[in-house]
Ligand binder design. Structure first.
Ligand code: NAG
Ligand code: NAG
Length: 424
């Protein structure tokens, strides 16, 4: 202290410096310079992404309400100036409490002892990344206590699937949730007298796509359930449409024709029998454009007639990008706002992909925001395109893999470990 006060001018300087320091501290806490403020503004608020909940047992969609939002009244481009495809997806995503209704006939419970929902997919050749991707989407979304996917393999020479790195990580879900089964045409068609004389009728030269048109009806006529094409991803729990007391396919874009990429039929049902019998009379032609004539034997077919036999679901439920692509509706803003089937494979950002963002980057692609509301996404072949890391499919695939490895939850916030012991 003595040292401190020895020189008067020195102590005044010290006091002055201290005052300046105190003032500066107060100033810096109360006044944020404008450039810092603008930096704070730049920080992106964390977007709230609503969590999905599984539907309750026995609840199914109300088709009247679904159609009101998702079935366009007209199919011309003028009409689509006012109709908004995204409104249908938003309705499906946000208004479940309105359109999911208790099915009074249904005593269906989802438990490991119940009869599972049965799905089928057909695949020709080796198991590769694409079919594994489809199977992963099934495991990521479906209730694993009551969902089983039969993967029908044709022209596949693999004997030891644990040697195939695409399917090996998924084998822990087999046989409970998926089964690799051999497709044998002879065995399938000799099984039922309805196919009598098939050897003379079948065209053995038909390409894979045409062949799979036959496979789906043969499988569903025998086993029942839901057939799903290999270029389809599951996006949400299928129970609310699987358990409708209603057989269905969906509309072929804007035409009055079925797309059977998703096909729900019961075994030996009136409809499945009618299609198989008519196809047998027409050289085993199962082309989707034929189906309506097999069901309604009239020259002019209207949708209400078809719906009585095989309900024609709105396209957007299963194929949310198709109308935009097919009718070239570039004005339609959808989520994600992509324009083409190939866009889901692109590792670079698509023009106007996030219309509200000035500087969109691929890091904004979030696995929870890929066509929310739709039940499935149909990518329409694209077999030659590969899944790149930052593409939408790359983002989804990473999410599926993390779930399967137990690192992160699925879309319903369930971890694999939670039911690991129960299931395996
Ligand atoms: C479905 O919705 C329509 C229209 O709101 C309603 O009239 C009908 O009663 C509903 N059906 C069921 C089973 O809830
Ligand atoms: C297919 O099934 C037929 C009839 O059941 C059988 O004779 C044949 O050996 C099977 N083919 C193969 C490759 O398993």
């Amino acid at each position: 202290m003595a040292l401190f006060f020895r020189d008067h001018s020195c102590s005044a300087a010290v006091i002055l410096i201290t005052l300046v320091q105190i003032f500066y501290i107060i100033y810096s806490y109360t006044f944020i310079p404008p450039e810092e403020l603008s930096e704070i503004k730049e920080i992106r608020p964390i977007r709230h992404i609503a969590l999905k909940h599984r539907p309750l047992d026995g609840y199914v969609v109300n088709l009247t309400l679904i159609n009101k939002y998702c079935e366009p009244e007209l199919f011309d481009t003028d009409y689509f100036d006012t109709y908004n495809i995204q409104d249908c997806l938003d309705y499906l995503d946000e208004r479940e409490s309105e359109y999911l209704v208790k099915n009074p006939d249904s005593r269906i419970k989802c438990s490991p002892d119940s009869v599972p929902m049965l799905f089928h997919v057909y695949w020709r050749g080796r198991i590769n990344e694409k079919i594994a991707f489809m199977i992963k989407s099934f495991l990521y979304t479906q209730p694993l206590d009551c969902a089983l996917l039969n993967v029908w393999l044709d022209q596949n020479q693999e004997n030891d699937f644990s040697q195939n790195s695409y399917i090996q990580p998924l084998l822990k879900f087999s046989p409970n949730n998926f089964r690799l089964r051999r497709w044998n045409l002879t065995e399938q068609l000799n099984y039922d007298p309805i196919y009598e004389g098939w050897e003379e009728k079948i065209n053995r030269q038909i390409p894979t796509v045409g062949y799979s048109d036959l496979v789906r009806f043969v499988l569903l006529y025998r086993y029942g359930g839901m057939y799903v094409d290999a270029d389809v991803l599951f996006l949400r729990d299928m129970r609310p449409i699987y358990h409708l007391n209603q057989e269905f396919a969906y509309r072929w874009s804007f035409w009055l024709n079925y797309n059977t990429a998703i096909l729900r039929l019961n075994a030996k049902s009136t409809t499945s029998r009618a299609v198989v019998e008519s196809a047998m009379e027409h050289k085993m032609n199962f082309h989707p454009f034929q189906i309506k004539y097999y069901l309604v034997k009239k020259r002019i077919v209207v949708k209400p007639d078809l719906d009585k036999h095989l309900y024609m679901m709105p396209t957007t439920l299963f194929d949310p990008l198709w109308l935009k692509v097919d009718l070239q509706l570039s004005n339609q803003v959808i989520k994600p706002n992509i324009n083409d089937f190939y866009d889901a494979y692109k590792s670079s950002i698509v023009d106007n992909e996030f219309p509200d963002e000035k500087e969109a980057t691929t890091s904004m692609r979030n696995k929870k925001e890929f066509f929310r509301g739709a039940f499935t996404y149909h990518w329409h072949n694209q077999w030659e395109s590969s899944i790149t890391e930052n593409s939408w499919f790359g983002v989804l695939q990473r999410g599926y893999d993390e779930f399967i490895n137990g690192q992160s939850p699925n879309m319903y916030n369930e971890y694999i470990n939670e039911f690991h012991e129960e299931i395996f």
